[in-house]
Design a protein around this ligand. Structure first.
Ligand code: FES
Length: 165
């Protein structure tokens, strides 16, 4: 139950305002109270359901799920090389392809045109500098201006790991 206190006119007020009736004060106070409760419910209702939104999740007791990773010395997991495509590895300057499932190839990633690193592999190995494209199966030129194929690189695939050499 709310309780209201009637305040008299302020001393600095030039003309005292008429004092509202007790009924009016009580009704005004109840209205204010109900309006405040309504605002509170509207404001806290949706927010209470969203209190965890945007906050970092607590780590699970088992820790985050582990993703398979290439072992030390391996270039990549075989499963990371898309079938019918490939991946470019800038560090060792090699591109690994998988033209057909389970068949892996590797080539130098240095374009034979003017020495740029190839940038992507779609259904061809693509050089971003002047648009040369090379076969993912044998490194041969599919589209110039390059004239010479990408040189093959030796890789070994064992236990799902691709190792250069
Ligand atoms: S360097 Fe690759 S197309 Fe020119």
């Amino acid at each position: 139950m709310s309780r209201t206190v009637a305040l008299g006119p302020l001393p600095t007020s030039p003309a005292p305002l008429p004092s509202p009736s007790p009924f009016h004060r009580s009704r005004l106070s109840r209205r204010s109270f109900l309006a405040g409760v309504g605002v509170s419910l509207v404001a806290t209702g949706p927010l209470s359901g969203c209190t965890l939104y945007g906050q970092p999740q607590q780590p699970s007791p088992q820790g985050p799920p582990t993703q398979p990773r290439p072992s030390a010395g391996a270039l990549a997991l075989a499963s990371a090389i898309p079938i019918g495509g490939g991946e470019v590895f800038d560090g060792p300057q090699v591109v690994v392809t998988q033209p057909t499932q389970g068949s892996f190839k590797a080539f130098t990633a240095v374009c034979t045109h003017q020495g740029c690193l190839v940038g992507s592999v779609t259904d061809t190995i693509n050089c971003p500098c002047h648009g040369s494209r090379f076969s993912i199966a044998d490194g041969s030129v599919v589209a110039g201006p390059a004239l010479a194929p990408l040189a093959a690189r030796k890789i070994t695939v064992a236990h799902g790991q691709i190792v250069l050499g």
